[in-house]
Design a protein around this ligand. Structure first.
Ligand SMILES: O=P(O)(O)OC[C@H]1O[C@H](O)[C@H](O)[C@@H](O)[C@@H]1O
Length: 289
């Protein structure tokens, strides 16, 4: 069990597994389970802090996508906000017999002037990443350190590594309403118990009541993940598929076959946080080999 602190990232090791977290965006870029990589990271991703990391688990805050309402407080921010393109600092590491974890922090004083002017709020983020045997837990706390309330959205943009997209299915979304971003933002209801990805997919599932979402990697449902969400009511499912993959400069043309994003978030409206108050959310991902 150990925590290795390097110049650009921290590596957690526990029971033959490891997790890598870059300071840039506090982005988890790898979860290696006893020799097997479980998290997708594009081979064309930038890792030098010049662009958001393409893959891993970027943190979306305080705005998901671009704000649709031009009067939103976060409307001037770039796509997916500030967190994924800012350098977090290591606050502490904590280990016990069952897990190893670190806390990373980001305050408004640590973000660039050019970003701060788009959202001039005083805030603090604390992000805790915990590795257990077969489980990865990530928790985010948002603190309002300003003198007035502010609005925000938050999402944990997990890119799962998928051996073969044609065998993948996501379970736990049946009967849930969703906004279909690839169909002019039309609202639909999910009819499938096992959602397959066979085309460009970009859906915001709203107010998902399911306690555990399952991501099946194999058709016999043996290998896969279970996802438990804390205080994240919505879930985005994204795969760019062929044409969008080709248009992304930091994503290889064929990589859409090896990934799926299942992203718990609070994105269908805003959280309004009062001065001095904190808001917490998180996820626990368990891997079943
Ligand atoms: O290309 P990015 O800014 O990293 O966004 C990647 C994707 O994130 C989310 O899944 C959104 O729902 C998609 O619309 C978006 O394309």
């Amino acid at each position: 069990m150990s925590v290795k602190v390097l110049n650009d990232k921290v590596i957690l090791e526990h029971a033959g597994s490891s997790v890598e977290i870059y300071y840039y965006g506090a982005t988890v870029t790898s979860w290696n389970y006893r020799g097997k990589e479980l998290i997708f990271l594009s081979k064309k991703s930038f890792l030098d802090g010049t662009k958001a990391i393409r893959g891993g688990i970027p943190i979306v805050f305080p705005q998901f996508a671009k704000a649709s309402d031009p009067s939103a407080e976060t409307a001037a921010l770039p796509q997916h906000g500030i967190a994924r393109i800012s350098n977090f600092e290591l606050l502490e590491d904590l280990t016990d017999s069952e897990s190893v974890s670190i806390k990373l922090g980001l305050s408004d004083s640590q973000i660039s002037e050019s970003l701060r002017k788009f959202w001039p709020k005083k805030f603090k983020l604390i992000y805790t990443v915990t590795l257990k045997d077969g489980a990865l837990k990530t928790d985010l706390t948002v603190k309002n350190e300003d003198s007035t309330p502010f609005d925000f959205q938050a999402l944990l943009h997990v890119y799962y590594s998928v051996p073969d997209i044609s065998k993948l299915s996501v379970e736990g979304l049946i009967n849930v309403s969703y906004i279909d971003k690839v169909n002019k933002f039309a609202k639909s209801i999910e009819n499938d118990q096992f959602v397959k990805i066979t085309q460009p997919t970009d859906r915001i599932y709203l107010d998902v009541p399911t306690e555990t979402i399952k991501i099946h990697l194999s058709e016999d449902f043996k290998e896969g993940f279970t996802l438990q969400r804390n205080n994240l009511k919505d879930t985005v499912v994204w795969n760019p598929w062929i044409e969008t993959a080709k248009s992304l400069t930091d994503f290889d043309d064929d990589e859409y076959k090896q990934m799926v994003c299942v992203e718990p978030g609070h994105v269908s409206d805003y959280v309004n946080l009062k001065p001095g108050e904190s808001w917490e959310c998180g996820q626990i991902i368990e891997y079943k080999p």
